[in-house]
Design a protein around this ligand. Structure first.
Ligand code: HEM
Length: 194
């Protein structure tokens, strides 16, 4: 699958030396608060960006897993995807290049949002634009965006394995809600975009 595990961090300094140094240092300034439109605090943003690096190495497999799980729990949705509606079994879906390409394109938008999560103006514009794009898809309605929420979380959990802690679960849940809510808002704005 080509997903590389991240190497464990090595620490060359001894703990005692580090503790002695820390004693002498002034308290670090608290990080700037995040934009109030973003439902994550600075620590959560830091953790999310760090964790997302593990997904970046496995974008295709995470995306395919997400789509397979979405189709598993919502069989009707597959009809919207003319390009791969004919695929019947999960085995067929796992090896289909067209599905993989689409899943990777969708993940690329999520990736762009994650990479810029603390640039809220940029993220809102990006996601609203992508959300609005779905207006031209026959049969699509904005409530369908939520069908990808749980599949996304499950796919991320599978890819991250042990690195998907309870805290990361909380952070990813908040983040995907923010992403989907913004896509819906973009869809619901009146003018269609290309
Ligand atoms: C994280 C959420 C989502 C993002 C970021 C997203 C993004 C995108 C993007 C970037 C495209 C254009 C792909 C291309 O040009 O090849 C697209 C197309 C499409 N999306 Fe989404 N999408 C999301 C969720 C969904 C969901 C939940 C559904 C269905 C329930 C859906 C249905 C579609 C369909 C039917 C197309 C057209 C596919 C085609 O080219 O035939 N999307 N989406």
């Amino acid at each position: 699958m080509g997903c590389k595990q991240s190497a464990p961090e090595t620490n060359t300094r001894s703990l005692t030396a580090e503790a002695a140094m820390a004693d002498k240092l002034p308290e670090p300034a608290p990080p700037d608060p995040t934009d109030p439109r973003l439902p994550l605090d600075p620590r959560q943003v830091f953790k999310l960006k760090k964790s997302w690096k593990g997904i970046k190495r496995c974008m295709e497999s995470t995306g395919v897993e997400m789509f397979i799980r979405m189709f598993r729990s919502n069989t009707d949705i597959k009809r919207l995807f003319a390009k791969f509606a004919h695929l019947k079994t999960e085995e067929e879906m796992r090896v289909d290049e067209v599905l993989e390409k689409h899943a990777t394109t969708v993940m690329a938008t999520v990736d762009e949002a994650m990479n810029n999560i603390d640039n809220v103006d940029f993220v809102l514009t990006l996601l609203k634009h992508r959300g609005n794009y779905h207006k031209k898809i026959p049969g699509f309605t904005s409530d369908l965006f939520w069908a990808i929420e749980v599949p996304f979380l499950e796919a991320v959990k599978i890819t991250l394995g042990d690195r998907y802690s309870d805290n990361m679960d909380r952070i990813y849940r908040i983040t995907i809600k923010f992403v989907l809510k913004t896509l819906v808002e973009g869809y619901d704005t009146s003018n269609a975009v290309s």
